[in-house]
Each structure stands twice: as structure tokens, then as C-alpha cells.
Design a binder for this molecule. Structure first.
Ligand code: ZN
Length: 74
């Protein structure tokens, strides 16, 4: 049994730090999740550089922003 007391102070790890939309990270939605699409992709350093220091590598960039970045670097 897990307590849900801490849920009200939920961090914004479910929101993309770049566009503010849901990043659909499985781990943000469920801390017990061990797999997420974000584990199977590589986030380019240039893209990570756009994420504020305090959330980088804690909060997922959404798939949309990743794809947009990849499009723009083609
Ligand atoms: Zn995004």
C-alpha cells in the first residue's frame, strides 16, 4: 500500500519543459514505470541545452519537440 499524500505536490515532470504540453513520459505518470519511449530515444545535447538547468534530465522533453528539433536539423 502506498500513500498518496504526496500527490498534491506533484512536480511538473509530466509536462514538457519546452512547450509545456504533456510529455507522455511513463515515468512521470507512474514513478514505478521502468520503461518509457524516452528511454529508447536519444535527446541531442543541443536540445537538452534548451531545457532549464534545474529540470534537465529530470523532466522529459515531449516527442513533439524532439521531432521538431530533428526536422530542423535535417
Ligand atoms: Zn514539448
Amino acid at each position: 500500500m502506498t500513500s498518496s499524500v504526496n500527490n498534491e505536490k506533484k512536480k511538473d515532470t509530466a509536462l514538457c519543459p519546452l512547450c509545456g504540453k504533456p510529455n507522455l513520459c511513463a515515468m512521470a505518470a507512474n514513478p514505478k514505470a521502468t520503461e518509457c519511449w524516452c528511454e529508447s530515444v536519444v535527446f541531442p545535447e543541443e536540445l537538452l541545452a534548451q531545457v532549464p538547468d534545474d529540470v534537465v534530465r529530470k523532466t522529459c522533453i515531449c516527442q513533439n519537440c524532439l521531432e521538431q528539433f530533428q526536422e530542423s536539423t535535417k
